[in-house]
Design a binder for this molecule. Structure first.
Ligand code: ADP
Ligand code: MG
Length: 393
């Protein structure tokens, strides 16, 4: 098992805190601070116990060391606003003189935010020397950087190896609880709902889920590669011809296992995404694309959803960003929300879709990680999670 934040007395300790504060920043302005607010419970918990906290995160993908557009300075400013009464200090480097002098001057209940971890090129390379320097910032390693646990980066994987005490923050605790512990022994029937744009993005999760679940429904853009593989006409719908073999193999596995494998049986089609008069149709003509699932498909999927005790959902059912093509996603979101099952939703657009449908309060767990969520749901071993288990023994 892994050790949770509350299972160790962090009072007055020097803590290195790995966070995911990778927010969108444009011209020094933060466009969406939800990753910062999501980290607050763990930060507050530590500060309330008078820990001296050295926090660190990556932001964007700087390639060759420091680059001002990837600075965490705006994040430090926002953190200070969100933590009134707390001294938030910002370091101009990661493991340089400024960081270490500010870290040693840190008082109890104060927070130091380091500059972007990826300004050190050793971070993404999993450099041991960088990890050894990070070790000097504290006696306790706490992580809440769920969005980064699938990377064997220095601050995620090599650094925690060097600490005696390694703890999972509140965000990661929940993510592991639902995406790993819960899905390793799911209450059955276990049903997967997959959508989104492309099959190619979702191959690992598809291959893994087809072995584990008791039923799958596929919609969204990727459904059309499956329908095409079955010999159906898909018109100008999004189609990945190079994925037809993969799609066929996945459907074959589902058939061998004898599990329901549902695809759309009707669609909302239009000649282009801008078309103001979309039509419902069981067939897709040569000049149309399917941008949403139709009413029969909604009913078909909803009937299966009703029976489930565990539901995993990734990927919208249609082009939900456009009002004309939103109904499928919204209706399915409601059907999922209405069940008493354990309901887990992951994926950036899927989370937005759940909010558009207004059911976010009725979903058991909404995962915050993109790639990390999908990999954990697929049952992959993630470096940043494995190390928590190793250290938690
Ligand atoms: P997530 O971020 O939840 O993993 P994806 O990124 O895989 O989801 O997919 C989301 C995108 O898929 C949305 O932008 C949506 O418009 C698109 N999409 C859904 N259905 C279709 C469709 N039928 N045709 C084209 N694009 C689609
Ligand atoms: Mg997406």
């Amino acid at each position: 098992m892994f050790k949770k934040l509350k299972e160790y007395d962090v009072s007055n300790k020097r803590v290195f805190l790995r966070l995911d504060l990778n927010v969108p920043v444009k011209e020094g302005k933060i466009k969406d601070d939800s990753r910062i607010t999501a980290a607050l419970p763990t930060i507050r918990y530590l500060l309330e116990r008078n820990a001296r906290v050295v926090a660190a995160s990556h932001l964007g993908r700087p390639k060759n060391g420091p680059a001002p557009e990837f600075s965490l300075a705006p994040v430090a400013k926002r953190l200070a606003e969100l933590l009134p009464g707390t001294d938030v200090v910002f370091a101009g480097d990661v493991v340089g003189d400024d960081a270490f002098s500010k870290a040693s001057a840190l008082k109890e209940g104060e927070l130091l935010l380091l500059e972007n971890l990826r300004f050190e090129t050793g971070e993404t390379k999993g450099d041991e020397e960088l990890a050894a320097k990070i070790r000097k910032f504290g006696d306790v390693y706490v992580t809440d950087a769920f969005g980064a646990v699938h990377r064997a980066h220095a601050s995620v994987f090599q650094a925690p190896k060097l600490f005696d005490v390694v703890l999972a923050g509140f965000l990661i605790e929940k993510e592991i609880q639902y995406l790993k512990e819960n899905l390793e022994k799911p209450e059955r029937p276990y049903f997967a709902l997959l959508g989104g744009a492309k099959v190619s993005d979702k191959i690992p999760i598809l291959k893994s889920l087809v072995e584990k679940v008791d039923g799958i429904a596929i919609a969204g853009g990727m459904a059309y590669t499956f329908l095409y593989a079955r010999g159906e006409k898909v018109g100008r719908s999004i189609l990945e011809t190079e994925m037809v073999g993969t799609a066929t193999a996945i459907m074959k596995r589902a058939a061998e296992r004898g599990i329901p494998f549902l695809l759309p049986v009707d669609h909302v089609i239009a000649s282009s995404m801008e078309d103001p008069v979309p039509t419902e149709s069981a067939k897709i003509d040569d000049n149309s694309s399917a941008f949403d699932i139709g009413p029969k498909t909604i009913a078909l999927f909803a009937a299966e959803i009703k029976k489930a005790k565990t539901i995993v959902w990734n990927g919208p059912m249609g082009v939900f960003e456009k009002e004309q093509f939103r109904k499928g996603t919204v209706e399915i979101a409601k059907a999922v929300a209405d069940t008493g099952a354990v309901k887990i939703v992951g994926g950036g657009d899927s989370v937005s879709a759940i909010k558009v449908a207004g059911v976010e309060n009725r979903i058991t767990h909404i995962s915050t990680g993109g790639g990390a969520s999908l990999e954990l749901i697929a049952g992959d071993k993630l470096p940043g999670v494995e190390i928590l288990y190793e250290k938690g023994q």
